[in-house]
Design a protein around this ligand. Sequence first.
Ligand code: CMC
Length: 428
Amino acid sequence: MGNNSATFGLNGENYEYPVMSGSEGPDVIDIRKLYGQTGAFTYDPGFTSTASCESELTFIDGGEGILLHRGYSIEQLAEQSSFMEVAHLLLRGELPTADEYSDFTNTITRHTMLHDQLRGFYQGFRRDAHPMAIMCGVVGALSAFYHDSTDINDPAQRMIASHRLIAKMPTIAAMAYKYSIGQPSMYPDNELSYTGNFLRMTFGVPAEEYVVNPVIEKAMDRIFILHADHEQNASTSTVRLAGSSGANPFACIAAGIACLWGPAHGGANEAALNMLHEIGHPDRIPEYIARAKDKDDPFRLMGFGHRVYKNYDPRASVMQETVKEVFAALNVNDPVFDVALQLEEMALNDPYFIDKKLFPNVDFYSGIILSAIGFPTSMFTALFALARTVGWVAQWNEMISDPGQRIGRPRQLYTGPKQRDYVPVGDR
Ligand code: CMC
């Protein structure tokens, strides 16, 4: 066996497979020919050991707690960059020059309005509809309105669809919120930043001028940066799988939104804050830690643990700092933050969490900030979807441009009945 190949034995035969190395991270064994050569599949439910694609976008070292977007650390991006810069970086490959930045933000800004007929869609939803239900429906419906950007084989149309999705997501999310509280929706204001505009569309009303608080604008922009992309997570893999069949980008992003909604993924920020409120007081933390450790209780500490991070999620550290900034700017002191800090400390000193390498993830503190800013919990996952749209469209573009791309089609280990004869109903 050479340095760059792996030998595998099955039924007395040896097979050799090439080993591929990336620029960072573990090597991967290229088993594409395995089934053709051996007649066997691999079995990896949950894809814990399977790389589904090559990607240049994001690198995570879960053991060290490192997250890089095209080589730049999340800490530096969160501290020094802006969400629009990160969007450019992910979508176009590099941080923009001053001119590129101005062109890019101008393009995004000019796509923020929704087709007016789409506004009518909102009236069809119940007033108490979850914003994610509205997002799934309205984003999927974009494909019925923007026919001029659904040809996935045309790179120019792909880029227009990407710009439209990034630009319209704040408008769609803010309108979902306005609908739920019975206020008129706000048109975008192109004088404002991407994030300032979103805050105005969410919290402003047509009867009054809305003044964007720069500290909140910065904090919100940072939250968007922290959620922009996270390599081949469940929703991104969903977008890639949907896109691998040639489906249009709006339909693919709607599929990603549906996947993100679940409490094990993007829904965890909502679940984490609900949990902290339920705990309510530091005295009750031991009871909840005991429940999280109890094998017979399905309860888990929400905002804790991660498939990839076996160390502190670097996004959680930035979130924790941002809580303090937002509290100072708004002069609030939510006792739920103390519950969170003490819960984190107690869990990190508990052998169960130490042994299983369970640390706070991005969702542990984000709900506290979003709640302080004024968002209801039901909007949290919609905000995650808004920000992750950047990663989804960048990953989707990367996949479509990859000449080796094929339709995604996993195999299975069949455990059902063997072939049998149909029995007429009277004989069963
Ligand atoms: N509380 C208590 N125990 C936990 C937790 C938790 N939050 N997370 C994992 N465990 C235990 C789990 O019971 C299992 O124990 P055992 O080996 O004895 O059966 C072990 O740790 C490994 O867990 P797993 O479910 O096999 O790990 P996974 O990689 O399949 O799941 C996860 C990762 C994030 C779904 C899981 O940690 C979890 O459910 N966390 C709570 C939900 C959450 O915060 N999700 C947000 C993830 S970050 C943002 C995003 O990706 O959207």
